[in-house]
Structure formats: C-alpha cells, structure tokens
Design a binder for this molecule. Sequence first.
Ligand code: SF4
Length: 65
Amino acid sequence: MTFACPNRDDDGRCRMLDTLCVPGRPGCVQEGTATFALDVETRIRMAEEQAALLEAKKKSALRRR
Ligand code: SF4
C-alpha cells in the first residue's frame, strides 16, 4: 500500500506538526489507522538519526569549500 500525505514537504518534514514526517507518530493523520512493521518510537528515532546524519554531511561539505 502507498500513501501520500499533503502535509509532507519536499524535505521530509510535516507541515502540520512542524517536525520530521513519521507516519503514525502522535498527532499524525495516520495515527492509529495503520499497522507498521516497526513501532513508532523506533521509526521516530531512525528518522531523527537519519536527519542528523544528513545535517552533519551538509556541514562537512560546506567546511570543505
Ligand atoms: S507525520 Fe503524518 S501528517 Fe505529518 S506529513 Fe507525515 S504522514 Fe502526514
């Protein structure tokens, strides 16, 4: 099944919750409506780690200029 949320921006952030998009997270339109392979706490942690890694890569690339 696929799902496209109109609240998700091009950077993977939720406009409605002003945080990272993690479908099913508290306050999300998908909260309680779907079953996910991983629990929401795990998916939030993974999304935060991925965002932090991307941010570090951006900063590293800027320092090399
Ligand atoms: S967190 Fe939920 S409401 Fe927000 S963009 Fe993602 S799917 Fe949509």
